[in-house]
Design a protein around this ligand. Sequence first.
Ligand code: 8YV
Length: 346
Amino acid sequence: MAPKILITRNVGPEAMAKLEATDFELIVNPVDGEPTRAWVLEKVADPEVIAACIMHGQPSDKVDREFLDAASPNLKVVSTFSVGFDHIDVPYANSKGIAIGHTPGVLSNAVADTTVMLVLMTLRRVEEGIRLIKDNEWPNLPWAPFVMCGPAIGHPGLTIGFLGFGRISECVVERLLAFTSKSSPPTILYSNSRARDNQAEIDAEFSSRFGVTVRRAEKDEVAEKSDIVIVLCSQSPATVDLVNAAFLKKMKNSAILVNAARGPIVNSEDLAAALDAGEIFGAGLDVITGEPKVYADHPLVKHPKCVVIPHMGSADYDTRNAMADLCVSNAIAGATGKPLIAEVKV
Ligand code: 8YV
């Protein structure tokens, strides 16, 4: 019998054709959508399975000890359809000789587009405006020059702060520079896990690349000085609740917060309380704690100053196709004993 590759979701015609062109037997989830956990555990235990393509953020596909202990002793690679790998116990997988593949790079532009969209929507209160129309409230909205006005993205001397400053953040900076003031350009602050020995050189390189001042700062300084705080760090025990009541209290009342990383990095209760108290102007969330079980009565979904979208950061057709291609290419490489195209190293 041919060795098998497990695919927990149909990854689209092009990537499926790439898999079908191999000699591997394919086990594809017959349901159009999320399989049951029991189905995944049963299939990954098949001793012929040498590679598995899985999804991020679905309980069925969590690559934890239960999954890895159930897995075929011949499993060589788990390839996730995501850049993030917070759903995978990478050290435990590696200790069993299983490599982990992911999809960095190909989604940076799409996630940056979504991030900028959320910045603009939050500053200009677009969500609230759409809701007013849907609730037939437009005729009752008194017209006056400053009704529905938020802070301007082109405000001179803006400070834009990032929590996490990797590939996606850099793509966000490139985009935001098209909107911000040319005569009084923004300052970019970013906080990350630790300062490097050559931090000054790194910041000088960023500043010369972007043509504005870019420098690393402690997270409290990012909170205090930024007009726009953008969360784009990966989720780890150190970043869960990074944006909590204390952080939000330090932010300017006129500032906004955008999270395009992972829900648990921002404490939802603390954010709702900060919005209620007017501690910040607004928030835009592509991700939220408890997703996808987030309903219309969620305090942040209902909140007029909060835009919530359902984890759509990378969801454009071209990007998802590129992610699918990299996901299956990693699986095929691992299954044929070749180095993965993009392997998670921790
Ligand atoms: C996807 C993501 O929505 O790549 C990631 O880490 O969070 C998103 O791009 C998701 O992973 C799709 O499976």
